[in-house]
Design a protein around this ligand. Structure first.
Ligand code: PGA
Length: 248
């Protein structure tokens, strides 16, 4: 039997509240979770409450914000705080997604502040790390990923680390139709798992993301280094997502 898996759906800037309710109804209709598996959804901030309410019936499901500000409140127009996300029903948060880092200019320092804010305010972070194509080609994949990991998690206590999950998402694979091979992903996952254990994480879990879809999910998840997947485009259709979480 395979180990417990986490299936995480990142809806990005898509899925309004009505669409989130319709998705949940279609997804949950007749859905039987696999024992031990978890199903995480990251809607946009405006759809968080609708998604959290509509998916509340299934204990294996959790909902999270796609990003938070590190300050709990204040004059930060457009931003979502940890308490606001919690109030809308989130228990999780993505931190350091590559689009936050590379489209919005988020630094390793910002990511570290967000991880701490999340942990302090009661959200469990899914910290995303991953290298650019030029970094992979230059042979610096591990160095980049481990730097992002260290910067995000340095100094956390063991009980805080225990609440952190990591997603390895090579930037060149996100939304491009290109995926790392299971073997390439596994090598980076091993390095991440080792670094997490070195920091004191009692149960390191590493998800893979980047163009995961129905055609490749089962093959990727057959690699025991993968504790699950973080999926954008292929998580938007409830029927397709149901097939992916059912193992292809
Ligand atoms: P993708 O996105 O599955 O559309 O490549 C993954 C992600 O950005 O988390």
């Amino acid at each position: 039997m395979s180990h417990p898996l986490i299936y995480a759906a990142n809806w990005k800037m898509q899925v309004d509240p009505g669409q989130a309710r319709a998705f949940a109804a279609a997804f949950l209709d007749g859905f039987v979770p696999s024992p031990g598996d978890s199903y995480w959804f990251f809607p946009s901030a405006v759809s968080l409450e609708a998604a959290a309410r509509a998916l509340a019936g299934c204990p294996a499901v959790a909902v999270g914000a796609q990003d938070v500000h590190w300050e709990p409140q204040g004059a930060f127009t457009g931003a979502t705080s940890v308490p606001l996300a919690r109030g809308a029903g989130a228990t999780l948060v993505l931190v350091g997604h590559s689009e936050r880092r590379h489209v919005f200019g988020e630094t390793d320092g910002d990511t570290a502040r967000k991880v701490r804010a999340a942990l302090g305010g009661g959200l469990d972070p899914l910290l995303c790390v991953g290298e650019l194509l030029e970094e992979r080609e230059a042979g610096t994949t591990e160095a980049v990923v481990l730097r992002q990991l260290d910067a995000g998690l340095d100094g956390l206590a063991r009980d805080q680390l225990a609440r952190v999950t990591v997603a390895y998402e090579p930037v060149w694979a996100i939304g491009t139709g290109k995926t790392a091979t299971p073997g390439d992903a596994a090598a980076v996952h091993r390095a991440i798992r080792g670094a997490l254990a070195g920091l004191g994480h009692p149960t390191p879990k590493v998800l893979y993301g980047g163009s995961v879809n129905l055609a490749n999910a089962a093959q990727l998840l057959a690699e025991p280094e993968l504790d699950g997947v973080l999926v954008g485009g292929a998580s938007l259709d409830p029927a397709g997502w149901r097939k992916i979480v059912a193992g292809g």
